[in-house]
Write a protein that binds this ligand. Structure first.
Ligand code: ADP
Ligand code: ASP
Ligand code: MG
Length: 483
């Protein structure tokens, strides 16, 4: 490796590899980086919608009559899409790569049939099924690169990323991962090849396949970048970078040129799907620069994330961005005697933890004696059940009067740079909400002092985002009287 050579990890999301045209863009992007002399590791997601279809196939097979129709449709779709991409983009590679893909598809058939016989899909079995999309994708991409004159090899991350056995949400073991990553990828990179590695999947030390959680290919890129001490991670997606809001909710959202790690962490944690929240910490700790770029508009500079950005936008905007987590419910534990019960909060959260539910927000104590927190709506029943069981004695003694769940709500978070040094941000945020007539159900300040979260009814999502997006820079530029 020469001094000037950079190591780049480039991750392409599902839409970025989801069509022939998209794949052609991917080939051009990778080819450009490779011919500039960089050591390039590509991390790929499954083709768009493939992971959902795999999950549905396995779930349908668990029904009493072992429904295999969904599986059969999925199998056909997988065969068609991957074979067509291979045939079109790398016709000379079909003889070599098609048999490998057929083997993977045969393995998928066996697994789903076993699930149908057993009538259940354990998390471990699910992880073996759902990683198939990435395994197919990398074979097509590596073949297409070779067909375009770029030496490339497909690598299953089960050979390089070692994780614990928390199936469906596995945690990497970095020491073992570093060793294996170097052992497998260095020879390829040293020989001038591009390594095309599956996102999303890993394996336990015993070799059982695991997954890193939905949307986890971003995290895979960060893990590999840290293991290889890469210079940069480029997340290639379907929008021009991290924007002031989800463009599907705020059509006038615009790209943020630069963000600090803290700001982007807050955005990712509070629902900006463009980056998986677990991606950021490993790259921060290793001081690796992160960029978010658009596969469909590769000339756009996208968003640059580091702690050294010049903060140009921070100086002029009231808020930097607004984001939302949908599909949550607020759980309230209330009772006038509650404060007298020793360790009640610890008991509540220990009980919630046993369900595996994540708690994205705990609201500030209000004058009422209650404790209120958000959980994903599909976990609400389980959370209420464990709370009722573990607090039964307090309920009987009337120290706790009621444990209840709200309707479905959304958590809307505004990310504000320099909140500590700027006066009146909260006031402006609440005036904007007040003017729009939305009722705020709960409030929480972000722990890292760059955000404020508000809980509003699901029906008010669009209005709330619209009202708050007015406070971002873009609106200020286009409508200076507003702020
Ligand atoms: P990929 O498949 O490339 O990983 P994702 O669908 O996971 O892509 O993430 C990209 C999507 O994230 C965008 O299409 C956009 O709709 C959504 N999104 C949500 N919030 C933001 C935001 N603040 N900035 C940009 N995109 C956002
Ligand atoms: N294919 C996986 C998913 O859909 C991982 C990813 O795309 O990041 O969740
Ligand atoms: Mg994603």
């Amino acid at each position: 490796m020469t001094i000037q050579q950079r190591t780049l990890v480039m991750k392409f999301g599902g839409t970025s590899v989801g069509s022939l045209d998209a794949l052609r863009n991917v080939i051009a992007i990778v080819k450009k980086a490779h011919s500039a002399g960089d050591r390039v590791v590509v991390v790929s997601s499954a083709f768009s919608k493939v992971t959902d279809a795999l999950i549905e196939s396995a779930q349908a097979a668990t029904t009493v009559d072992g429904n295999l129709n969904v599986f059969q449709q999925t199998l056909k779709m997988l065969q068609e899409r991957h074979s067509q991409a291979l045939l079109t983009l790398a016709p000379q590679e079909v003889g070599l790569v098609q048999p490998e893909m057929d083997d993977l598809l045969a393995g998928f058939s066996n697994l789903v049939q076993a699930i149908a016989v057993l009538g259940e899909a354990t998390p471990r079995a699910m992880d073996s099924v759902v990683g198939l999309g990435e395994r197919l994708a990398v074979r097509v991409i590596a073949a297409a690169l070779r067909a375009n004159g770029v030496p490339a090899a497909a690598v299953d991350a089960t050979r390089v990323i070692v994780s614990d056995d928390q199936y469906q949400s596995a945690v990497p073991q970095m020491e073992a991962t570093c060793k294996k990553t170097h052992a497998v990828l260095d020879p390829l990179l040293d020989a001038g090849s591009v390594a095309v590695v599956t996102g999303f999947i890993a394996a336990t030390p015993q070799g059982f396949p695991t997954t890193l959680g939905r949307g986890g290919s971003d995290y895979s890129a960060a893990i590999l970048a840290v293991a290889l001490a890469a210079n940069e991670v480029w997340i290639w997606t379907d929008v021009d970078g991290v924007m002031t809001a989800d463009p599907r909710l705020a059509p006038d959202a615009h790209t943020l040129t630069a963000l600090s790690y803290r700001e982007v962490s807050e955005l990712a944690y509070f629902g900006a799907k463009v980056l998986h929240p677990k991606t950021i910490r490993p790259v921060v700790e290793a001081g690796i620069t992160l960029r978010v770029l658009n596969t469909f508009n590769p000339e756009h500079p996208g968003t640059y994330i580091t702690d050294n950005h010049n903060g140009a936008e921070s100086d002029t905007s009231i808020i930097k961005a607004v984001t939302a987590i949908r599909g949550v419910q607020l759980i309230t534990v209330e009772g006038r005697g509650m404060l007298g019960v020793p360790g009640v909060a610890a008991r509540i959260f220990s009980a919630v933890a046993t369900t595996g539910a994540t708690v994205p927000l705990i609201t500030e104590a209000s004058s009422e004696q209650s404790l209120c927190f958000a959980v994903p709506a599909d976990m609400t029943r389980a959370v209420l059940d464990v709370l009722e069981e573990s607090l039964a004695r307090e309920v009987e003694r009337r120290n706790i009067d009621r444990i209840w769940a709200s309707e479905e709500v959304v958590i809307v978070t505004v990310v504000c740079p320099n909140m500590r040094n700027k006066l009146g941000i909260a006031g402006k945020v609440f005036s904007a909400i007040g003017d729009s007539g939305v009722n705020v159900l709960a409030i929480a300040h972000g722990s890292s002092e760059v955000s404020i979260s508000l809980v509003v009814s699901a029906a008010d999502l669009q209005t709330t985002i619209g009202a708050l997006h007015h406070l971002t820079n873009g609106r200020k530029e286009s409508n200076p009287d507003k702020v």
